[in-house]
Design a binder for this molecule. Structure first.
Ligand SMILES: [Zn+2]
Ligand SMILES: [Zn+2]
Length: 429
């Protein structure tokens, strides 16, 4: 039979990598719980209109990257799609679960897999992991600050020290159309020189021309009119407030007028955080912004909101590459080796006493020789082996072997238990 393989653009996360992943998740949860974010899980797939309405049909993720699910013919007509990002589903859940009638703001976070039909050669995954936060129901700059600060806080607690925070405001439905007109006027006589993607964007979403990565489009971006000059009074004040917060709390940032984000639902603040001193944003770890109209676009009450998504795969890769301090997970700590049936009773007693103390005890009686059992005990990575043979069973004693130093001593059952307990009570938190 031929060997089957995982789908393109997916990966396995093997046991050796799990320590980095759980360090990432537990650190994020600790920070976010501490800032009064509540965790939410939403389905991996939704009615595809949830994604289309919010993101805008001209956005790449809807146009080219949405994974549609062929639903069973006999069921409803719903067309379902795997979620390409977390915000639309969270907004749908906020509306559907009546969270708008709870005290505002409602702060949510999630962790999960997202799906985009990317070209595999770009080295990007079709299934990737994302951490995200959403703050619903507050239009003040305080929440824009909290969003940016929470992402930085997580990265700091993970051990990163260097960031580049890029910020921009892309205005609101009031002021943006006027800016878009200026932008189109500017690009009108340059259309023959921009890339095919930008030619298309010119008509459906000219803002995206500003973050085009193609070489031929770069030279036009510097001279292009800037959104910040066209903001309405409310948007300008909101942007100033946001920057003031960042300043007040010592968060360094760069104003970047080409930062627009890929999704149509963003309004006002947009930001990206990259690692190191990466002003070109080649290694963006986290991106987000304000989306004051998404909830109403999805049929809910008018609700301002701001949030971000963090590419967990990239963050975890960096954690591993930079060998930042990823705590070692607790594995097997103590192995009980039962040599012969006479030892059974003592071994059970040892197991029960240590298991109760939350020590990781591995005890599976084996018919193998002491020698081969010792070998497998070492392979398990245990610190201690408690060996009970016929002789020990008769005298009520235990051989306690320190597998790291290869020393051993004979102890009574109760002293052996006490000694092991003491070892682990001293080292555990
Ligand atoms: Zn505005
Ligand atoms: Zn272009």
């Amino acid at each position: 039979m031929d060997q089957l393989q995982k789908p393109r653009g997916t990966k396995d996360i093997l046991p050796a990598e799990q320590a980095a992943w759980s360090f990432f998740r537990s650190t994020a949860e600790r920070v976010l719980n501490g800032l009064s974010f509540g965790k939410i899980n939403t389905p991996l797939f939704e009615d595809k209109r949830i994604f289309e309405r919010g993101a805008g049909e001209s956005s790449d993720i809807i146009e080219k990257q949405l994974y549609l699910i062929k639903a069973n013919k006999n069921e409803e007509n719903d067309e379902l799609a795997l979620r390409p990002e977390g915000t639309a589903g969270a907004a749908r859940a906020y509306i559907e679960n009546g969270m708008s009638s709870q005290p505002q703001p409602v702060r949510l976070y999630y962790f999960g897999t997202m799906y985009r039909y990317e070209r595999p050669q770009a080295g990007r995954y079709r299934e990737h992991n994302q951490l995200g936060v959403e703050i619903f129901g507050d239009d003040s700059a305080e929440s824009d600050y909290l969003a940016i600060m929470s992402a930085l806080e997580i990265l700091k607690k993970l051990g990163f020290s260097d960031f580049n925070v890029a910020v921009n405001s892309i205005g609101c439905p009031e002021c943006r159309p006027k800016y878009l007109k200026k932008l189109k006027d500017y690009y009108a006589d340059k259309l023959s020189k921009v890339c095919p993607d930008c030619k298309r964007r010119y008509d459906i979403n000219p803002l995206r021309m500003l973050d085009c990565k193609n070489e031929e489009c770069q030279k036009f971006k510097t001279q292009a009119p800037q959104m910040v000059d066209s903001l309405c009074t409310e948007c300008r004040e909101h942007f100033q407030d946001t920057l003031q917060y960042l300043d007040d709390f010592g968060i360094k940032f760069d104003l970047d007028n080409t930062l627009v984000r890929g999704l149509d639902y963003y309004t006002r603040t947009v930001f990206e955080i990259s690692a190191g001193n990466d002003k070109e944003r080649h290694s963006t770890l986290c991106g987000g912004g304000r989306y004051d109209n998404l909830v109403s676009i999805l049929g809910g009450p008018k609700t301002p909101a701001v949030g971000w998504g963090m590419g967990a795969d990239r963050v975890v890769d960096l954690l591993k590459d930079n060998s930042l301090k990823i705590p070692k997970p607790r594995g097997v700590e103590v192995v009980i080796l039962e040599i012969g049936d006479a030892a059974k009773k003592v071994c059970r007693q040892l197991f029960n006493s240590l298991d109760k103390e939350d020590i990781n005890v591995f005890y599976i009686p084996s018919k193998l020789s002491l020698r081969s059992q010792m070998k497998s005990a070492s392979k398990l990575g245990a610190d201690f082996a408690l060996i009970v043979g016929q002789q020990e069973a008769l005298t009520g004693s235990v051989i306690v072997r320190d597998l790291r130093s290869s020393t051993q001593e004979d102890l009574s059952i109760s002293s052996a238990i006490d000694m092991i307990k003491e070892k682990y009570s001293a080292t555990s938190e």
